[in-house]
Design a protein around this ligand. Structure first.
Ligand code: 13P
Length: 252
């Protein structure tokens, strides 16, 4: 049985004070939650504040990105040591916004994934097709390529630490959600691909989140699909009540 993981990707939202307030409200209601993994991913400037606020709770912190380099002359980058210093446990890799606006490639995401696993940060690896790709009927080709390239050379025994997030690009921030059937179809395809490449233990243990306009009104049908193990939530994670409602549904 895989535990649901509900992660809030706050993206480039919330000032220091706003992030502190949001995390305080979530911690007030879900501090002791162990039946679902709750992860908050604030911007870098708020990680310290949020990390302090949730330090005595079951809630974990994720970063939205990091560098595959250890340290040195890489202006503007953030290293794993900086994250671990602030008790960050998860890191989102290859979000479609980073692919689209900052030129991140599968090859770079693979380097970051290898570094994250080596340094005991749990990676949330994002994959997903664009609207054009879905309309052209190549969704599974795209997903297969992303999975194969991003997960290149990853040892099978690491899949208990890896989270895959299926985020159809056309569903992100648009209010359009994949139907539960569409999402389940791709999730089961991803699990099958991992089965073929890395074996059944890896496929059974890896958690696959759905992301793309998930909210309280559609969370139940998505989260009850057999291959959907949680959500990576954008917009609805910016409000404690909306996020809390999704967590409650994931708890069941
Ligand atoms: P929305 O929930 O705002 O569609 O964003 C999803 C997402 O990109 C999470 O990483």
């Amino acid at each position: 049985m895989r535990k649901n993981i509900i992660a809030g990707n706050w993206k480039m939202n919330k000032t220091f004070d706003e992030a502190s307030e949001l995390s305080r409200l979530i911690a007030r209601d879900y501090a002791d939650c162990t039946s679902v993994d709750i992860v908050l991913c604030p911007s870098f400037t708020s990680i310290k504040a949020v990390s302090d606020i949730v330090s005595e709770t079951q809630i974990q912190i994720g970063a939205q990105n990091f560098s595959h380099e250890d340290d040195g002359a890489f202006t503007g980058e953030i290293s794993y040591t900086m994250l671990k210093d602030l008790f960050v446990k998860y890191v989102i890799l290859g979000h479609s916004e980073r692919r689209e606006f900052f030129g991140e490639t599968d090859d770079l995401i693979n380097k970051k994934l290898i570094k994250a696993l080596d340094k005991n940060l749990k990676p949330i690896v994002c994959v997903g097709e664009s609207l054009n790709e879905r309309e052209n009927g190549v969704t599974k080709d795209i997903i297969k390529n992303q999975i194969d390239s991003c997960l290149l050379n990853i040892p099978s025994e690491k899949f208990s630490e890896i989270i895959i997030a299926y985020e159809p690009v056309w569903a992100i921030g648009t209010g359009k959600t994949a139907t539960a059937e569409q999402a389940q179809d791709v999730h089961s395809f991803i699990r099958q691909r991992i089965n073929d490449q890395f074996g059944s233990d890896a496929a059974n243990i890896v958690r696959i989140q759905y992301g793309g306009s998930m909210k309280a009104s559609n969370a139940k049908e998505l989260l009850t699909q057999p291959d959907i193990d949680g959500g990576l939530i954008g917009g609805a994670s910016l409000d404690a009540q909306s996020f809390g409602e999704i967590v409650k549904i994931a708890i069941g």
